[in-house]
Design a protein around this ligand. Structure first.
Ligand SMILES: Cc1cc2nc3c(=O)[nH]c(=O)nc-3n(C[C@H](O)[C@H](O)[C@H](O)COP(=O)(O)O)c2cc1C
Length: 462
């Protein structure tokens, strides 16, 4: 096994593998983000003390740390319990305004912020993300950067889930529980992750799911997200609750997410505008007859009270699918599917596909994890239409498991918001590229050269 200090030399920084000494030389400031994955209090104290000593010795804002961490300490900490992410602060500062809480860090003003305290025992989402094995290191460091850069209320609005957050917390672990049956001795020197989805050629099956209000993460909002997604050969699904107008979405493939609102005409006219602006498919979100209940910090409604006519129409039924098809002429996929019979009903009503999702645990708490619902939905759909899935996907392995269980593509929610907050369009691109590269790596290890070869027999059925 590689020595942990060796690994640190090869850390990815904004998606590019970078040599740490070179990084320290060339960046105006280097922030070190330590994810304490289940360390004992004593170990945490040791790491913190080391960082503080190093910070004093080296002076701010340059914080050379990892290389100087005591190799013995690093060796003692299990590989999977300590991750250190590095963020070039000039990157974050370029993308974020100079003022405001937690923003405009470092580079411009030469101001060093102390290493943020990553321990938030009161924040179950954070603990969950950090304690879950197998989150891609770049995603981990983007999450940590976003947490330190975003105002607290925005962070919790993005991070939170409904109720006791049971579904939120189960999502990633459900993917980790899948076991694979790799093929061996095949030529896997070339791996192809490209696909065609509803007529669009994409470099990756990792898409950006619809999430509201990207303008809270960075002023450019969804415009930055769409550019980052397109640059990575992916696409953005623009939320009805986006911070920008549909007409502002830059060129490149994108889809539009619709809610059935009380004012049906408003729903349809927004969807028609999206078509004129270049959307090539519609995702109709079916699991929000009304909003799920969120408690504590994640209850904050940063979008403000919606006007009654823009609120969800709880009377909506399957006829909404046909209405959207008629209004837009585009394929309509239904999102929020967790049952085979629901998928079949939507396809019978004209849907072009379904998205298996529990809305990132933000609607009905204790709803089934999408990893557990996926096989039933795939079996019911029987290959007649694309099946997409989202919820808790945080690594190439998670994506591989989803594809092997029969998904045609996956959607990321929160990881893209963290990337956007950490470094705008470039970081979104890096996030998607890192997930795709990770997928490509594990496809090769599993003996699959193309997405066609990621088939159900790769999954061990106990
Ligand atoms: C902050 C936030 C806002 C969201 N807004 C929407 C939305 O406007 N429309 C929608 O269909 N889903 C929305 N979702 C759900 C996501 O599309 C997706 O189902 C979920 O985030 C996937 O899980 P993940 O965040 O674990 O990747 C939102 C999720 C989050 C975290």
């Amino acid at each position: 096994m590689q020595h942990p200090s060796q690994r640190l030399h090869e850390r990815e920084v904004d998606g590019q593998p970078r040599d740490l000494p070179e990084l320290v030389r060339t960046q105006p400031a280097v922030r070190v983000v330590v994810h304490q994955l289940g360390l004992t209090r004593h170990e945490v104290a040791q790491v913190d003390a080391q960082l503080r000593r190093l910070s004093d010795r080296e002076g701010v804002p340059k914080l050379r740390s990892d290389l100087d961490l005591d190799p013995e300490l690093l060796a003692k900490l299990a590989d999977d319990r300590l991750q250190i992410g590095l963020t070039g602060l000039d990157l974050a500062a370029r993308e974020l305004p100079e003022t405001g809480q937690g923003r405009g860090l470092g580079a411009a003003g030469g101001q060093h912020r102390p290493v943020p305290d990553q321990r938030r025992p009161d924040d179950p989402h954070q603990l969950h993300e950090r304690q879950t094995r197998g989150v891609h290191p770049l995603l981990s460091s983007q999450l940590a950067a976003a947490q330190s850069l975003l105002p607290d209320d925005v962070f919790h609005y993005y991070a939170g889930g409904a109720g006791e957050q049971v579904s939120l917390h189960e999502a990633t672990g459900a993917w980790s529980a899948v076991r694979l049956r790799p093929r061996v001795l095949r030529d896997v020197s070339r791996i192809d992750t490209s696909l065609e989805l509803l007529g669009t050629r994409l470099a990756t099956p990792v898409l950006v799911g619809p999430t509201a209000a990207h303008g809270l993460a960075t002023p450019a909002g969804e415009v930055a997200t769409a550019s980052g997604a397109a640059a990575a050969g992916s696409l953005l699904v623009l939320s009805t609750r986006a911070s920008c107008e549909v007409e502002d979405v830059p060129a490149g493939p994108w889809w539009f997410q619709a809610y059935v609102m009380r004012d049906r005409e408003q729903t349809l006219s927004l969807a028609r505008r999206a078509v004129s602006a270049g959307a090539s498919a519609i995702i109709l979100t079916g699991d929000v007859p009304y909003l799920g209940r969120r408690h504590g910090k994640s209850r904050l409604d940063l979008l403000g009270p919606a006007a009654p006519e823009t609120q969800q129409d709880a009377t909506a039924g399957l006829e909404a699918i046909g209405e959207l098809i008629e209004a837009t002429g585009l394929p309509v996929l239904v999102k929020g599917i967790l049952r085979g019979d629901a998928a079949v009903a939507c396809l019978d009503a004209g849907a072009a596909g379904v998205v298996v999702s529990n809305h990132g645990g933000r609607q009905l708490d204790r709803a089934l994890a999408s990893a557990h619902a996926l096989p039933e939905v795939v079996a019911a759909v029987g290959g007649q239409a694309p099946v997409l899935v989202d919820g808790g996907l945080r690594s190439g392995l998670d994506v591989l498991c989803a594809l092997a269980l029969g998904a045609d593509a996956v959607l990321l929610g929160r990881p893209v918001l963290w990337a956007l907050a950490a470094g705008g369009a470039d970081a979104v691109e890096s996030c998607l590229r890192a997930m795709t590269e990770d997928l490509s790596h594990v496809m090769g290890l599993a003996g699959a050269r193309s997405l066609d070869e990621v088939t159900r027999d790769l999954v061990h059925a106990p």
